[in-house]
Design a protein around this ligand. Sequence first.
Ligand SMILES: [Zn+2]
Ligand SMILES: [Zn+2]
Length: 154
Amino acid sequence: MSETWNSCSMCKKPIAYGALYWTCSVSTCNRARTQLLFCSPTCWDAHNADANHREAWAVESCAPRTREHAERLAARQQRKVDQIEAEEDALNEDDILIVASRLKDYIRRKSGMNTSTKALGPLSDIVRAFADQAIESAERHGRKTVLDRDVPKY
Ligand SMILES: [Zn+2]
Ligand SMILES: [Zn+2]
């Protein structure tokens, strides 16, 4: 009996090293943390019925032959995920209008709480919305400078 590599996301049956397995063609079913694997096209059919994908098919793959091979693949996958996350962080930085360290200091002083960096996005959206209104107010007054009185009160 061969060693188990993984298990079917549908019926939980083990998938052995070197065995055929199937994945879903839909990208959200293949995220690193929610990777779905199926032991047979039948199990994928059951998943497809549940997931209600508009256009999807089962993708046939072959499980890694050995544990070492699996670990090498997982390490490569992790590097890819790290790289994508780093790129996403870099991308979002442009949208951040708040000085992270100042905000984190404020929240810590006031409440002793930590602040997730992700909170900077929605807070920046609030700043952006107020800034946009201030710009409109300056325009309405025929000015080229946004003044403190253009900033909406809240
Ligand atoms: Zn299965
Ligand atoms: Zn799917």
